[in-house]
Design a protein around this ligand. Sequence first.
Ligand code: SAH
Ligand code: ZN
Ligand code: ZN
Ligand code: ZN
Ligand code: ZN
Length: 420
Amino acid sequence: GPALLFVKTSQGKEEGRRFYACSACRDRKDCNFFQWEDEKVSETRLAAREEYNRNHQPPFTHRQNVDRYKNFVMLPLSKRRFCQECQQLLLPAEWEKHSDHQFLCDITTAQLKSPSQLLYPLENKKTNAQYLFADRSCQFLLNLLIDLGFRRVLSVGTPRLHEMIQSRASQEEGISVRSLLLDIDFRYSQFYAEDEFCHYNMFNHHFFGGEAAHETCRKFLYEENGERVIMVTDPPFGGLVEALASSFKKLMAMWKETEKEGHDNKEMPMFWIFPYFFESRILDFFPSFSMMDYQVDYDNHALYKHGKTGRRQSPVRIFTNLTPRMIVLPEEEGYRFCTVCERYVSSGNQHCEICNSCTSKDGRRWKHCVLCKKCVKPSWFHCNNCNCCTLEKHSCEKSDVGCFVCGKAGHKRSACPSLS
Ligand code: SAH
Ligand code: ZN
Ligand code: ZN
Ligand code: ZN
Ligand code: ZN
């Protein structure tokens, strides 16, 4: 899909030079597309690019993959193979071609229903950053959505949530929830029909399947029989917030257009799962959002998962435009309701009388600094030099105030070379 327009600025200069680069890959190693905004591109270079794109298409289209899946499930267990190297379900006629590849045999229906377990996570940080929800967090999210009355989930970059919804729908009677997965990971097209998965880029709102895929999404967002829709997204954390926000606003607009009355002035309900330190960035784009204290855990993320030895803190939170008090967090995991803030908070999150809110962002008890007029991390101290709270060990370089001894910038009084 379309590239994004960036700007290269050098320090101190207002105007920088603008260029286009790939929206999905933040590492030039993954995609080296680069073009100055004002650059003239020759016919030969255009042709070379098109040639390159043609040669880098997935081996099968989504439609072909759907047909292959139908054939695959008709095979007896002994003939169901999955090539781990190509990350592909194999039909018997193709075994030969993959003979020197590693493959899994006897692929069960249960395995086909949980592709996120079968496929290896694409962990490369700068592009897919595929970090899968721990079962506990995924269950919590789904139960929460159901309790809130939602019956349709637009899963944007949340394959594991999608999969949990799909498998519950096939098992249980009673409440039925449907999900549509939008994700850039095309491997999922092997497991889902065209009304269950759209190949989508959330950094430029591009549907690879064109108008038909757009229509699939539009249809899904149209709330028939009072089935309410919510969008849940868990983008790569390295992603540009402005690019994501712009795409999410377009998805919200799609939802709005499905209703003739335009849903009055309401917004499409949304859960945006992202680290807490992006709070102010997200609120810049979505002022109606608030951050929940719930810590989202992951399976394959060394830092953000529930360790064997008790709980590690995860910095990942839920941002939502729903009324905070509706988001009930599990008491057995230590969350409690603050009647003043009217929301559930972490057990360590103390209500600060001065700020008049539960101010901790990371679950630990924060302390109020009268000089900064706000609560700060417990490990921070007020630095008179920087005139703000920060880690005790820091260099005051950022401030333009020089060292109190020699007046030079770059070190503190305590480290002043002239003192020795
Ligand atoms: N926790 C989620 C997975 C989040 S990982 C779960 O368990 O379901 C981020 C997801 O976003 C991955 O599935 C990845 O394939 C997808 N993704 C990464 N870049 C994307 C892009 N540009 N457009 C759409 N999806 C993308
Ligand atoms: Zn193979
Ligand atoms: Zn409070
Ligand atoms: Zn405070
Ligand atoms: Zn302070």
